[in-house]
Design a protein around this ligand. Structure first.
Ligand SMILES: *Cc1c(COP(=O)(O)O)cnc(C)c1O
Length: 479
């Protein structure tokens, strides 16, 4: 381990020859089993290897490195205590096929988590199975289909979505076999009630919405919207990826939503991005309970069990019972925060977002369509910079990297030209928010040539993003 591998045996013998000691390879294996030929793999010692991977890890950027205000994604700091507990042997050593008499504690955690999520969102029942927000949406759409079929109403084959919807919403509805109807927003960026009235029909299965919406604006007419949707015989679906804005303040269930998905890996203490394990539980009102996936987690005579006896269930949506470690971290996080803590988190998330919005707009460098108050996120437009200096949202995102900052979401939602979508979250300090604000203002004044050629001080410069999507290289072969 300590003998540097770059010296081969003859050279070592030559260098150390005066000691008259011959260095022999370590005979850990019998000679007969040792390789004769040299194998073609990188030949590194421990120091080199550690430094290589350490250097690579330092090129990475995560929420533990700094602010990560990726709008719609709620990239907030996740308390390490949740990760620590989820790593205990008593949790990681459990096998899903183990007899449930030996896993009562795990079942209790899932059972209790369902109750807590019901309380936070105002729903009646939960399924913890879906492994991502998008899979939750897909399950929601299957529940909508099962519900209408059960009510002999299977002619309903349309799902209405606002033009600000997250890309997964139309994808999930399409995968479930629905036809999409896009609803244009008002110039204030909210649901157009007149248009909705005209669009709803006896073909509408469901209206998918998020509140606050993707522009960060609270749909204050949500009760009216809910009444209209239900009068038309349709269901109201809540994309709960934005729950970080309203926890403890209001609940989708109280707004009239029938189906809700949450992103535990955004709001409830699991680091995300890069496709790690996620969790997108689905909450429903009582009228949809009988369609939920099996098994349900139940309690009978003081014991927890898996209930497969759900007659109208749509079946299974994922192997076993969901991503348990993500569920566990959410459970710990909710207990740690408590009712007041969750409420405070939302309040600070909204405060931070409005602080940034106000200071950036005051600089006059960026514009913001729709003057409504924002919740946890806001969407700026750099259209003025594009017209005046040909600087685009992509250039600003790349230049932020040179300032050591992670860019916001860009070009989403599609209704805002040259969009920068910023969600600071509650876990950033005022100093970090100010640093970000100042960087954005400074970039707007920088030499356009520098901004358009950014990044200049990162290990990788501008990458061919379209090429990477169209011709992905998914394996790397060692030669
Ligand atoms: C992230 C997100 C989703 C999808 O969640 P995944 O876990 O990435 O599948 C859906 N809607 C909104 C608004 C989101 O931000």
């Amino acid at each position: 381990m300590y003998r540097s591998a770059i010296y081969d045996e003859p050279l070592l013998n030559e260098l150390l020859g005066s000691t008259k000691e011959k260095i022999k390879p370590l005979d850990l294996l019998p000679r007969s089993l040792q390789r004769k030929e040299i194998i073609d793999i990188p030949n590194l010692d421990e120091t080199q290897l550690v430094r290589h991977f350490h250097r690579l890890s330092q090129m990475n950027y995560g929420i533990d490195s700094g602010i990560y205000p990726l709008g719609s994604c709620t990239m907030k700091y996740n308390p390490k205590i949740c990760e620590h507990i989820a790593g205990w042997d008593s949790f990681t050593g459990i096998h899903p096929y183990q007899d449930i008499s030996t896993t009562q504690g795990n079942l209790e955690i899932m059972f209790e988590l369902e109750r807590l999520l019901c309380e936070i969102t105002g729903m009646d029942y939960y399924s913890l199975q879906p492994a991502a927000g998008a899979q939750g949406e897909f399950l929601g759409m299957l529940l909508s289909r099962a519900y209408h079929e059960f009510n002999n109403d299977s002619e309903r084959n349309e799902v209405i979505l606002p033009d600000t919807a997250h890309g997964t919403n139309p994808a999930s509805a399409t995968m479930a076999g629905y036809k999409l109807i896009e609803l244009p927003s008002t110039k204030n960026g909210t649901v157009d009630l007149d248009m909705l009235e005209k669009t709803l029909s006896d073909k509408t299965a469901c209206f998918m919405l998020t509140n606050p919406n993707t522009l960060g604006i609270f749909e204050s007419e949500i009760i009216e919207i809910s009444k209209m949707v239900h009068k038309a015989g349709a269901l109201l679906y809540y994309d709960g990826a934005n729950i970080n804005a309203i926890m403890g303040k209001t609940r989708p269930g109280d707004m009239g939503f029938d189906i809700v998905h949450l992103n535990l890996h955004k709001t409830f203490a699991t680091p995300h991005g890069g496709g790690g394990p996620g969790s997108g539980p689905i909450g429903v009102k009582i009228k949809l309970e009988k369609f939920l996936p099996i098994p349900r987690i139940a309690r009978k005579d003081g014991k927890y069990l898996f209930d497969y006896d759900v007659l109208q269930s749509i079946g299974k949506i994922k192997g076993f019972y969901g991503n348990f470690s993500v569920l566990l971290k959410a459970y710990i996080y909710i207990l740690l925060m408590g009712r007041d803590g969750l409420k405070e988190a939302s309040e600070i998330a909204v405060l931070n977002s409005n602080y940034m919005k106000k200071k950036i707009l005051k600089s006059g460098k960026y514009e913001m369509p729709c003057k409504e108050l924002r919740k946890h996120e806001f969407v700026l437009s750099c259209e003025k910079l594009r017209q005046e200096k040909e600087i685009r949202a992509m250039d600003i995102a790349k230049r932020l990297l040179d300032h050591g900052l992670h860019p916001p979401t860009i070009y989403f939602p599609l209704i805002v030209k040259e969009a920068l979508m910023i969600e600071p979250t509650e876990t950033e300090s005022k100093e970090d928010l100010d640093k970000y604000i100042n960087a954005l203002i400074k970039i707007a004044d920088e030499d356009p040539g520098i901004v358009k050629n950014a990044p200049s001080n990162t290990p990788v410069k501008r990458v061919d993003e379209v090429g990477a999507t169209k011709n992905p290289i998914l394996t790397w072969k060692m030669i």
